[in-house]
Design a protein. Structure first.
Lengths: 278, 358
């Protein structure tokens, strides 16, 4: 972008860089473009080879999303993902803070255990989770999926936040302690405001993980609280393979994630902690 | 304004002892400086007084109140950190009045107090800025302001000047001394810089390996160091030490054989056997005749004074001479110690000679 720098001085390096960026863009954007185009075609057109580039757009797939009750799946996904973000941050922030600030053998081991949960393959916990949720009558509820997603997102969030909290100088905690703050006040008034960019990053990662998660949602739901990925998969499983509808649902499923990322990204500003020390 | 009494305080981190039994009394409104080499325990002692570290054993009293187990915020102390530790997301005014906010003081009153202190520290135009928009010296003043707003009984400073450049350090040093005169609080100041210690302190506490090496006024410590450690720590350049053996002793005079090869007669009423001879660079003169012979290795002209490094058969000695010293490297010279300024130490480092009087 800039006119200075090594790329600006050497036209070949600049050309090479552009070529590389172009190739990457093709890889990233082509599938999405194909998906978007596919959602606007009829079923025959969508599967035609070579693909037709010029055609009359057909919005019937999008009408089917409403007609066939897919909006419910979107509502489920959104509720599950958002509540998962809230739960993860509410539980993960104090946990990560405590694990970085309270020292001892227990804490060292505890922080490892937190991550070790993630080392077990998902398949290992699905069956116990299924039995558990069935016995307490939570099967096929959004709450169950949200709780199940916590097992994935919470350890991740705790680890990301721990890394960040460790970089926040402990002098700040102690200064606040001398100012008369309790542990909770230190966390809420000093640490959380500084950690806002990291909390936003964690929220994004957690939202996307939860939004796109398939396996747990597939096992734990049947009809009432199906999420979008599960709904899409069920489309592909039937005899008739409605490619434009799948494409349309996929396109729509990207929109909330994009909106959420855009919203959360505004909090990711660097240098919030600058000026604290030295 | 409280007096502090520290009795038998020890502190270990796991197996590592950092404080090995500190007994210390600090008077009302006194400015006391803890000084010592890194790792001597001075910061730890300060943090134990602040309550940020729990003493392993021993007691701390503020006047008659035992505060050993009292929470940091309830001790009536305010601390200025080496790193300043300002809240980066708050303005200068918010930083300074955080303690009031936590104590439930209403906002207008908080603002009034912030403005009052800001005026004192020339921070008024900066009250609504955030720390990132301040210079190092300004941040330092905010950190001090935050301590003042709390109106503490005791001010604690943990190497507050070490992040400032030399000129600002001198300026802030003077500022803090002035502040002490204005407020009259008890202040404890930790530094590794002996110049800060000498210039600011009412009394200096020199710490060495978790123990108090000596307590006294700056000049007491400079003139009558209790041991070789204190003698070597205070003074720049540091005191010259030469290993010595007693040859004979008669009344108030001791004859010593110095490791640099010469004999010297010292007038002192030493109590124990002398093993170390000490003389400060400013108390050595280059002369035609003198008991210590050597070759000049280097000469540093500092403007107002000249440092001459003289290699003897034992150690290199430093001589502080006037600005017009004409000695050249390579010259053979004799050094004469000022008789009244000689320090004698026993083998274990204790000072054994009577106080030199100069």
């Amino acid at each position: 972008m800039s006119h200075s720098g090594p790329a600006g001085q050497n036209p070949f390096a600049r050309l090479g860089r552009l070529a590389f960026l172009g190739a990457t863009l093709v890889f990233v954007l082509l599938p999405i473009a194909w998906l978007a185009l596919g959602s606007l075609k009829t079923r025959n057109e969508a599967l035609a080879l070579p693909p037709k580039l010029i055609f009359t757009p057909d919005f019937s797939a999008y009408q089917k999303i409403v007609a066939q009750g897919f909006l419910g799946a979107f509502g489920n996904s959104l509720t599950i993902a958002l509540s998962n973000v809230v739960l993860t941050l509410l539980l993960g922030t104090p946990a990560a803070y405590a694990l970085t600030r309270i020292r001892g053998k227990v804490q060292d081991n505890l922080s490892f255990w937190v991550l070790s949960i993630r080392m077990a393959p998902l398949f290992a916990v699905i069956l116990p989770l299924y039995v558990l949720f069935k016995s307490i009558g939570l099967l096929d509820t959004r709450f169950a999926v949200s709780l199940a997603h916590l097992t994935i997102t919470l350890p991740l969030a705790v680890w990301m936040l721990m890394t960040y909290f460790r970089s926040v100088p402990e002098d700040l905690d102690q200064a606040a302690m001398l100012d008369g703050a309790t542990h909770l006040q230190i966390l809420l008034l000093v640490i959380v405001p500084i950690a806002r960019p990291m909390l936003a990053s964690v929220a994004i990662v957690v939202f996307i993980l939860s939004w796109n998660e398939f396996l747990l949602a597939f096992i734990l739901t049947s009809r009432g609280s199906q999420t979008v990925p599960v709904a899409v998969a069920s489309l592909a499983g039937t005899m008739s393979f409605d490619w434009p509808l799948i494409a349309a649902v996929s396109v729509c499923s990207m929109i909330p994630a994009l909106l959420f990322v855009g919203f959360a990204q505004r909090h990711i500003v660097s240098g919030l902690a600058s000026g604290a020390v030295k | 304004m409280v007096a502090i009494r520290i009795t038998g305080v020890t502190k270990s981190f796991g197996e590592v002892p950092v404080l090995r039994g500190i007994d210390l009394e600090i008077g009302h409104s006194e400015f006391v400086v803890f000084v010592g080499p890194s790792g001597c325990g001075k910061s730890t002692l300060l943090r134990v007084i602040a309550g940020l570290e729990q003493a392993t054993s021993g007691d701390i009293h503020f006047d008659d109140r035992r505060i050993t187990d009292v929470a940091p915020a309830k001790r009536g102390v305010a601390m200025v950190f080496q790193s300043y530790a300002l809240y980066p997301h708050m303005t200068v005014a918010e930083n300074m009045t955080m303690s009031l906010r936590l104590a439930g003081v209403p906002k207008p009153e908080r603002r009034r107090r912030a403005e009052e202190v800001a005026k004192m520290l020339q921070l008024t135009p900066l009250l609504d800025r955030k720390p990132a928009a301040l210079s190092g010296g300004q941040r330092q003043r905010v950190a001090i302001g935050r301590a003042i707003v709390r109106q503490p009984d005791v001010f604690l400073f943990d190497e507050p000047l070490s992040n400032l450049d030399a000129a600002l350090r001198v300026e802030t040093r003077v500022g803090i001394t002035k502040l002490h005169r204005t407020l009259g609080n008890t202040m404890i100041y930790v530094t590794h810089d002996q110049v800060e210690a000498m210039t600011m302190a009412d009394r200096i506490v020199i710490l060495d390996q978790g123990r108090v090496a000596q307590v006294g006024t700056p000049l007491e410590l400079y003139r009558r160091p209790a041991n070789a450690f204190v003698a070597g720590f205070l003074g720049s350049p540091k005191m010259n030490f030469i290993k010595a053996d007693e040859i004979s002793r008669s009344g108030s005079s001791i004859r010593l054989k110095l490791a640099s090869g010469s004999d010297i007669e010292v007038n002192a009423a030493a109590t124990d056997k002398v093993a170390l001879f000490g003389i400060r660079p400013e108390h050595l003169t280059v002369a035609n005749e003198g008991p210590i012979a050597g070759t000049v290795a280097a000469v540093e002209h500092l403007g107002s004074e000249t440092l001459i490094y003289v290699e003897t058969s034992a150690d290199t000695l430093i001589v502080k001479a006037g600005e017009n010293a004409t000695t050249q490297p390579g010259d053979r010279v004799n050094l004469r110690p000022e008789p009244n300024a000689i320090h004698l130490f026993a083998a274990d480092g204790r000072s054994v000679a009577g106080a030199p009087n100069h």
